[in-house]
Structure formats: structure tokens, C-alpha cells
Design a protein around this ligand. Structure first.
Ligand code: SF4
Ligand code: SF4
Length: 354
């Protein structure tokens, strides 16, 4: 009996059309929900810190993949009873487990045929640009003259756009024609030449309905200040989102302006934090899979937008029942809680583990 191994050089990726078909089939089989390809020329003029050629100078193609967030994963937040599922399955787990597994396996398929491939998801913790887009001081330094500062990070939503997978909405969320904003993106950079897909030209997804703006608990979207970029000859515009406001509201946090004895989030700068009306938690729950702490359940940028897109009938992943079935809930923290019959607390005379 001999050891067994994968088949090397069993699929010929010489022809760009056939190679693109083979790579796309693999991506879908491995778990992507949609896959498109952009040729590297579409990234010409990319900012230095976001330029894929800084990572792989010989890169010829980028494979973009859309991964859905299950609509059911948002159900518990929508009902106000089960928040961890979206943060775990729809956010952290997708970002840190599912997408990496899929892009890694797609890279194995490409590398088995003799071409290099880089798997990439949202793992941007080492990136040199901060959330405002600036290079941080004293973080890292270029290793050769003329090169970007490590780490370069490719803008995933722009990559999905350049791979023909959909639009970038006013909310700056990537909107796919299958799922709207209910998705995340993974990419693979490779030196194999793959036939590119056209930039998305299907039914208009973002119609500037502003549902995202109205429903965002952090009021993070500006309707006056926008960001305009030219992506491979296409003008794209989105709201100049206040990422710091989002960062607070995302975790369910409001700054009261007064130091709290038990702050909602007990970290420097948040000593005055209290829960907002969109958080049922006395304190910010611990992150799931590192970054999953989406207490707001993407109320504006995902849920409100998805409801709007579904009601217009522009999404391909349709459902038998509409998503919002009951009035939007809100917590009144000025009043004591009213517990439902059946809620059992530990009796005062019992010790031990809660
Ligand atoms: S909610 Fe409306 S304006 Fe906002 S991104 Fe979605 S479609 Fe565009
Ligand atoms: S994650 Fe929440 S706070 Fe941030 S933009 Fe979306 S709805 Fe607003």
C-alpha cells in the first residue's frame, strides 16, 4: 500500500476561458455562493497600501467570492431574543472559519496545477492602514525603497465590485444580486490568467432609498458627505460613514457623558458607556470569534437594506415569508425589566455556579 496524495497538474489551466470555468466550479463546490473574476488591470491606480501588485507583482487575476450570511442568522436579533448567532455564524465564524477554509482550498486547487495563489479574507489585523484609511505611525516600515508598508490590505468590497459580483451601496456595504448586503467577501490572488467577468450591469440594487441611514442606531451615515471613487472606469459613490460612531453603536454602546460605576464597556475611553435602546445587555457581551460583537445586528446597513431590496424584488435569493414580521423592538433602559412567566433566576439561598 502506498501513501495517497492529491493529483498534481491534472487540470490544464492554460486556456483562460477553460481555466476560469474550472476555478469557478471549484469555488462553488467548496462553499462560495457566487464567484466572479477580475483581471489585474482593473486595479491599475489602486492606492499603494491597497494595491494587490504590492503583494503579488506577477498577479494576473483576482477571484472574488460572495458568502451569504444566512437570513436565519439575523432572525434572533430581529426578534430580540438570540443575538449571538449573527455575531458567531454570520460575522466572526464566517470571517474567521468558513471563508478562510474555502479560499485556502481554492488556492490548493490552483497550486496543484502549478500556479501560485494567495487566500485572503477579512484577516486585516496586521494591516498598516487604520480604519480611517491612514498609515499608522511607528507600526512598520517598508523593506525595500518604493514598496508599501507592511501589511498591504486589499479592499474586499472594491475587489468584489471589480470581479463583477455586484454593487457598493450608499451604505458602503457590498450588495450582491443574490443576497443584497447579507454577504461577505473572500478573494484569491493568482498568477494564472483567468477570463474576467464584466463589471456588474444587472438590475439596479441600491436605489438610494436611505433605509440604511434611517435605521442605523449610531447615525453613522452622512447624507451630505460622500466618497466618490472611479473603479475601472465606473463612478461609484457611498456615504462617508463615521466609522467611530459605527464602532460604538455596533457594540450596543452609547456615551452618556458621565462616568459610570459599571460601564457598559469597561475599557479606556468608554467609562461613560451605557447600553443603547438597541442592546438588551447590561454589559457588552464578549466578542465571538474575536470580532463578532455585532449587538446592533446590522440594523441599518444590513437588515433595513435587505428588507428594502427584498420588497423591491431585486434579489435572487427569495423567501416564502417576508423578513420583518413584528414591530421593531426597542429597550427602555429608564424602566425596570418586565420578565416573562417562565423566566427562572437562581434563588437567593442557592450558592455555586450560575
Ligand atoms: S438601504 Fe437603500 S440607500 Fe442604503 S445601501 Fe441599501 S438600497 Fe442603498
Ligand atoms: S453596523 Fe450597525 S451601527 Fe454600524 S453602520 Fe451598520 S447599522 Fe449602523
Amino acid at each position: 500500500m502506498a501513501i495517497m496524495t492529491r493529483d498534481f497538474n491534472s487540470v490544464d489551466l492554460i486556456d483562460p476561458h477553460e481555466a476560469a470555468l474550472a476555478v469557478k466550479r471549484q469555488a462553488l463546490e467548496l462553499g462560495a455562493d457566487a464567484v466572479g473574476i477580475g483581471d489585474i488591470g482593473r486595479w491599475a491606480g489602486a492606492p499603494l497600501q491597497l494595491d494587490p501588485k504590492q503583494i503579488m507583482p506577477e498577479c494576473k487575476s483576482i477571484v472574488g467570492m460572495v458568502f451569504r450570511v444566512e437570513r436565519g442568522s439575523l432572525r434572533g436579533v430581529e426578534e430580540g431574543t438570540y443575538f449571538s448567532n449573527y455575531s458567531a455564524m454570520g460575522y466572526g465564524g464566517l470571517t474567521y472559519v468558513y471563508i478562510p477554509m474555502t479560499v485556502i482550498n481554492l488556492c490548493k486547487f490552483i497550486e496543484d496545477q502549478g500556479y501560485e495563489a494567495i487566500p485572503m479574507g477579512h484577516q486585516s489585523d496586521w494591516r498598516a492602514v487604520n480604519i480611517k484609511g491612514y498609515v499608522g505611525e511607528n507600526f512598520s516600515r517598508p523593506v525595500r525603497p518604493g514598496q508599501a508598508i507592511p501589511d498591504v490590505m486589499i479592499h474586499l468590497r472594491i475587489a468584489a465590485f471589480l470581479c463583477g459580483l455586484g454593487e457598493i451601496g450608499f451604505s458602503k456595504m457590498f450588495l450582491s444580486p443574490q443576497f443584497g448586503p447579507r454577504c461577505r467577501v473572500g478573494i484569491v490572488l493568482t498568477d494564472v490568467e483567468l477570463e474576467p467577468d464584466p463589471i456588474y450591469d444587472g438590475p439596479k440594487l441600491c436605489n438610494r432609498c436611505m433605509a440604511c441611514v434611517r435605521a442605523c442606531p449610531g447615525q453613522a451615515f452622512s447624507t451630505e458627505k460622500t466618497v466618490k471613487v472611479n473603479l475601472a472606469g465606473h463612478e461609484v459613490e457611498w456615504s462617508d460613514i463615521d466609522v467611530l460612531k459605527c464602532n460604538d453603536a455596533f457594540r450596543g454602546l452609547v456615551h452618556s457623558g458621565e462616568k459610570q460605576e459599571h460601564p457598559y464597556l469597561d475599557t479606556p475611553g468608554n467609562e461613560d458607556s451605557v447600553p443603547g435602546s438597541w442592546s438588551p445587555f447590561w454589559n457588552r457581551p464578549t466578542p465571538l470569534y474575536k470580532t463578532g460583537q455585532a449587538v446592533c445586528g446590522s440594523r441599518g446597513c444590513t437588515r433595513a437594506c435587505m428588507i428594502s431590496l427584498e420588497s423591491r424584488g431585486v434579489l435572487q435569493n427569495t423567501f416564502k415569508q417576508k423578513f420583518r414580521r413584528r414591530p421593531v423592538w426597542s429597550v427602555d433602559w429608564s424602566k425596570p425589566p418586565e420578565y416573562a412567566p417562565g423566566t427562572v433566576f437562581k434563588p437567593a439561598d442557592k450558592d455555586g455556579v450560575d
